[in-house]
Ligand binder design. Structure first.
Ligand code: PXL
Length: 273
């Protein structure tokens, strides 16, 4: 049976992050993707690509989840941008009702290019209701600084300390994506399962076309877990998948470049007629 995976996330109308990244990535992993939309993000090219987040009513999020779970529990799920506290609470109810395993919480707090935090009450509700259900949570460096209440993280030792603090919030494991932000020679991510720290290193890629990298990484972890990989294997495979996606990033419009989700499997070569 094909593995079923769900993303509860926002729509990135520009096509690189959010549910667009998640569904494309699920497909690349040979899993069957579902989406419950929590918000729609639009960008205005006439106003310097300014972002607008329009949340979706919690009742409509619930209707989507009811539809999606009609066939019972799924093999894995992830959350990304969460529109409202109500949607977060409903998502938790479905996780509990269907005793969901392989839950990946990507603690999205802002879109790239906007330093502004998305609705702080959503972040608090995500920490309270969703992090304790997580098989793994996947913060970037900024999000890990906020979740650990340590502020700016500038070294691997600080990332380790933050990982320990984040585990106290309830997830079974954490991977902090240091990525290109950390002032180290390589792009370093830190995986911590409560016992062992594992550093995942890649050379830093000389490209700015990385919009959607975070969502793509979390979606790849979700699909891997649904397929039965261990958490460590899912993280390692996701890292390789995203490295290929960044290396083959595409300039999608004058404002930004996106990762190419099909790069790992060279999807552009599939249809030849
Ligand atoms: O990359 C964070 C992110 C997550 N989800 C949605 C987004 C973005 C950034 O643009 O639009 C829907």
């Amino acid at each position: 049976m094909i593995k079923k995976v769900l993303t509860v996330a926002g729509s990135d109308s520009s096509g690189g992050a959010g549910i667009q990244a998640d569904l494309k990535t699920f497909q690349e992993f040979g899993t069957f993707g579902f989406s419950a939309l929590t918000s729609i993000v639009t960008m205005n090219p006439d106003e310097g690509w300014s972002h607008l987040v329009t949340p979706i009513e919690p009742e409509l999020v619930e209707k989507q989840l009811k539809t999606i779970f009609a066939g019972g529990a799924l093999d894995g799920m992830k959350t990304g941008m969460l529109g409202t506290v109500g949607a977060i609470e409903i998502t938790r109810q479905y996780i509990d009702k269907f005793d969901m395993k392989n839950v990946v919480i990507d603690p999205v707090m802002a879109c790239k290019g906007t330093s502004e935090l998305l609705q702080p009450e959503n972040v608090a509700a995500m920490v309270k209701h969703l992090l304790p259900t997580a098989t793994i949570t996947t913060p970037n460096l900024v999000e890990a600084g906020i979740l650990s209440e340590m502020g700016a993280l500038t070294s691997i030792d600080q990332m380790k300390e933050a990982a320990k603090k984040i585990l106290l919030l309830g997830p079974q494991s954490v991977v902090i994506k240091g990525g290109h932000r950390l002032p180290t020679e390589n792009a370093v991510d830190l995986f911590y399962d409560g016992q062992t720290f594992t550093l995942l290193e890649n050379k830093k890629l000389a490209t700015d076309y990385n919009h959607g990298a975070g969502c793509t990484f979390a979606a790849a972890v979700t699909a891997g877990l649904a397929k039965g990989y261990t958490v460590a294997q899912a993280v390692q495979t996701a890292k390789e998948f995203v490295a290929a996606a960044i290396e083959n990033g595409q300039k999608i419009n004058p404002f930004l470049g996106h990762v190419w989700h099909g790069a790992y499997n060279q999807a552009e070569k599939r249809m030849t007629k």
